[in-house]
Ligand binder design. Structure first.
Ligand SMILES: C[S@@+](CC[C@H](N)C(=O)[O-])C[C@H]1O[C@@H](n2cnc3c(N)ncnc32)[C@H](O)[C@@H]1O
Length: 234
């Protein structure tokens, strides 16, 4: 079933590649992204941080679906910000998926096999970036290797869509200290019964720091987030 879903994503992407060959196709995709953004509380939260100091980062890109919406909103909002797109583009590091991430009838072997079909995505993102003039830096590799080497300064917005306990923990520990006060971190899997490790990692992290997990329903698709308190340190 999971493989079928990934196969469908690949087929949709092939059609998209064709669409992006022409100017009219590119305009149509851009307006499609705009329509999706109108339903997305993630984008509403992003828009609220654009006047703050710092760049934007997404950890967990897979085939680029949320990344493209983020880029569209940044350009529409006239924001002069770098976008970092971080993923192995080969799925999870096997040893990081543990029983903390499983639920009944979800064997570790199946979870470990997810999201492997993305080695073509860095090139697709670079093409998107050139077509639409949005500066995206693709950061390919496991977060434990890439995040410590990234020359990041401040961040105004962090999107985490990384499914598993260890990855949420790793990203929060590395990136939250860089978030500008008033900036926002969104957790895609926080409310998901499929990925119980996500909520556990986020709750553990904020149990020792100021910051309250909230749910935005500003738009049709809700989003879980923390806005960094103005008086907060790291
Ligand atoms: C649910 S997918 C992201 C979906 C994407 N945001 C979208 O809109 O379609 C999760 C991604 O996180 C990546 N990932 C999770 N843990 C990782 C880690 N430790 N290092 C690198 N990539 C990781 C996987 O490779 C996978 O592509």
């Amino acid at each position: 079933m999971a493989l079928k879903h990934e196969q469908e994503r690949l087929e949709r992407d092939l059609k998209l590649d064709e669409m992006l060959q022409s100017e009219s196709g590119r305009a149509a995709f851009w307006s499609e992204l705009g329509e999706q953004a109108k339903k997305d509380s993630l984008i509403d939260l992003l828009e609220g941080t654009l006047s703050l100091e710092g760049d934007v980062i997404e950890c967990g890109v897979y085939r680029g679906s949320s990344l493209f919406r983020i880029c569209q909103a940044l350009k529409q909002g006239g924001a002069d910000k770098a976008v970092y797109a971080c993923d192995s583009f080969e799925g999870f590091p096997d040893d990081r998926v543990t029983t903390r991430d499983t639920t009944l009838f979800r064997p570790l072997t199946k979870l470990r096999a997810k999201f492997r079909l993305a080695s073509d995505v860095p090139d697709r993102i670079q093409r998107f970036s050139r077509h639409y003039g949005v500066p995206v830096q693709v950061v390919k590799g496991y977060f434990s290797n890439t995040l410590p080497t990234l020359a990041l300064d401040r961040l105004c917005f962090i999107h985490l869509d990384v499914d598993i306990y260890e990855s949420y923990k790793e990203c929060l520990e590395r990136l939250y200290p860089l978030l500008t006060p008033g900036g926002v971190v969104v957790f895609d899997d926080y409310g998901s019964s499929k990925w119980p490790g996500a909520k556990r990692a986020v709750d553990e992290f904020f149990s020792t720091r100021p910051g309250k997990v909230e749910r935005s329903t500003a738009r049709e698709d809700a989003a879980w987030f923390v806005r960094k308190p103005l008086a907060a340190g790291a």
